[in-house]
Design a protein around this ligand. Structure first.
Ligand code: ADP
Length: 267
């Protein structure tokens, strides 16, 4: 027996002797552990803003009761914490939806170029005040068709471009590149590649294998400061899987991060 695995052993007396059966329950154990970790993480993520809000409510009813400036400031902080909880609950709902649908392939015809352009348009008002420009260069026409779920693909590109603006803001520029390849070896056919590149600090490539885990962050403090939930890339990974696509992460520390989504092209 492999000692690194977990076995369930059952022994039953039979007239001819004893029947002993061994069952490998390692995967069951791991799934149970993952579920327990997830519940602990969610509880922690919800408890942090809740504790802050309870503290401010107490202060507002006590020491800061008659201080209009403090009241305004504390209400502002409470609003930001409540908004973060709201984003977290929305991300948890998205994640559970895409995880449960992962085996079903979405079939609507989506114009990928138009979809990416509209995500960029919705994020420009966020990027501009930070001094960040979002450029797109596109070697395919905007009517490029893929089969998919428009809301979910919008979420994929929103999460990636929003991260590039948030974490890469020092680089002042986010570059989105879109192209068609006639044969993608891992998708075994024609594909569209959409790359989101920023020129910010990036991260050590050592983090790459874990970045799509739920609640994994390179720098927790910075993620929280940016209002992150730690679920964005996990959602991206599941949606891309659901579309039978591929998701690749690259980074050069000090010179930006690059995220590529490849989706099978409709011939
Ligand atoms: P979050 O809500 O924390 O942004 P994500 O799942 O979207 O969660 O991202 C996970 C972590 O990956 C982030 O906390 C951040 O540390 C890192 N990250 C994501 N995108 C970038 C980027 N463009 N540049 C640098 N770090 C990034």
């Amino acid at each position: 027996l492999d000692r690194d695995r977990t076995w369930s052993v059952l022994a039953a007396p039979l007239p001819e002797g004893i029947l002993v059966s061994f069952e490998d329950v390692s995967e069951l154990e791991q799934a149970g552990q993952a579920r327990r970790d997830f519940v602990a993480n969610v509880s922690h993520e919800l408890k942090t803003p809740l504790t802050a809000m309870l503290g401010f409510i107490e202060t507002l009813r006590g020491a800061a009761r008659d201080d209009a400036t403090a009241r305004e400031r504390f209400l502002g902080i409470m609003q930001r914490e409540a908004e973060r909880m709201n984003r977290l609950v929305n991300d948890l709902l998205s994640l559970s939806r895409v995880e449960s649908d992962e085996r079903m392939r979405p079939t609507a015809e989506i114009r990928l170029g138009d979809l990416v352009q509209s995500v960029i348009a919705s994020l420009r008002p966020v990027a501009e005040p930070l001094g960040v420009t979002i450029d797109i260069d596109c070697s395919v026409d905007s009517q490029t068709i893929v089969r998919g779920d428009a809301d979910q693909l919008t979420q994929v590109f929103f999460n990636l471009i929003d991260n590039a603006v948030k974490y890469g803001r020092d680089g002042k520029r986010v570059q989105v590149h879109m192209e068609r390849v006639s044969r993608d070896s891992s998708l075994r056919g024609p594909a569209y590649h959409v790359t989101v590149q920023d020129f910010g600090p990036g991260f050590d490539p050592i983090h790459i294998p874990r970045l799509t885990e739920r609640f994994y962050r390179v720098d927790s403090h910075r993620s929280r400061e940016m209002g992150g939930t730690g679920l964005g890339l996990a959602i991206v990974k599941h949606i891309v899987n659901r579309h039978r696509g591929r998701f690749r992460i690259e980074s050069t520390p000090g010179n930006g991060a690059c995220f590529t989504v490849s989706l099978p092209a409709v011939a």
